[in-house]
Ligand binder design. Structure first.
Ligand SMILES: [Zn+2]
Length: 286
């Protein structure tokens, strides 16, 4: 009897202690639960620490910027200055001093050094209407990868683009220009063919593209085909511009070439497309 009574008493005190613990735990949980968990501050503060408390005394400092914003501003400021990126030889010829820059400007005034060969030339994995290893398939790696994306993007719209002519050495351009002068005379040749050192193809950033519909040729009629119209609208999304647009012959020095793509990177291609400027005007505008 006495033993049973003792057990009952112990049980009662255990139950009382347990109830007290439950009440204590519940009230603590309610307090911390309201302050910490529903506001979620414990999780958020780590991630946003530099941006927390916008109304502290630091208000007069410039707002912290995201890395994207910083990039936008600095690259806009970093447009190469045309005067500072060319030297003039004793013969009065301008030679560009930034041939490896993605925005290098090469035209009838601004020459590439005769010995300039881009680093990192690779063949994009796109169709060409000819077979085998050929320097015409080559572009700088970044441009080649972007061109692959572009050609794949066109294919999603059932448009088949072919590469025709990418990298061209100074020597090859010399032969091409001499051939065109012989065939058409120097003045005419100068309208559609570049002198050695003055071809964008020597940069490894350009590719002439074509399609079956124009028999894999380079003709202004390409601009009116579905492929040509798609390029005009979408090339910039992949970092390319139509380098010699219609109506800008006086500025670029070249006739309209709906097939000549020049890689400038996505950001500059968007800006150039939105502005309707040629590369010459875009770089002079800064
Ligand atoms: Zn071209």
């Amino acid at each position: 009897m006495r033993g049973a009574l003792l057990i009952m008493r112990r049980l009662r005190s255990i139950i009382i202690v347990a109830i007290a613990c439950i009440i204590l735990a519940y009230s603590l949980g309610a307090v911390y639960g309201e302050v910490i968990i529903p506001n979620g501050q414990a999780e958020q503060e780590d991630e946003h620490e530099p941006f927390a408390e916008p109304s502290t005394p630091h208000d007069d400092r410039p707002e912290p910027r995201s890395p994207d914003e910083v990039d936008d501003t600095s690259s806009a400021r970093d447009l190469p200055c045309l005067e500072e990126t060319a030297m003039v030889t004793t013969e009065g010829i301008q030679i560009v001093t930034n041939p490896d820059h993605v925005l290098v400007l090469v035209n009838k005034e601004r020459n590439l050094p005769p010995d300039y060969i881009p680093n990192d030339l690779v063949a994009p994995e796109i169709p060409f209407p000819f077979e085998g290893d050929d320097p015409r398939k080559l572009m700088q790696r970044e441009a080649a990868e972007a061109l692959q994306q572009l050609v794949a993007g066109a294919l999603e719209e059932s448009l088949e683009l072919y590469g025709l002519s990418g990298y061209r050495s100074y020597e090859t351009q010399k032969q091409i220009f001499a051939y065109n002068v012989q065939r058409r005379g120097e003045e005419a040749a100068n309208q559609f063919s570049a002198r050695p050192g003055q071809s964008e193809h020597q940069t490894g950033l350009a590719m002439d593209v074509t399609s079956r519909q124009v028999d894999f040729g380079l003709t202004q009629a390409f601009g009116k085909t579905a492929e040509g119209r798609w390029l005009k609208e979408h090339a910039h999304e992949f970092g390319f511009i139509i380098r010699y647009p219609a109506g800008k012959e006086q500025i670029t020095g070249y006739q309209y070439e709906p097939w000549h793509l020049r890689y400038v990177g996505v950001e500059h291609a968007h800006a150039i497309q939105a502005s309707g400027l040629t590369l010459e005007e875009y770089l002079e505008k800064k």
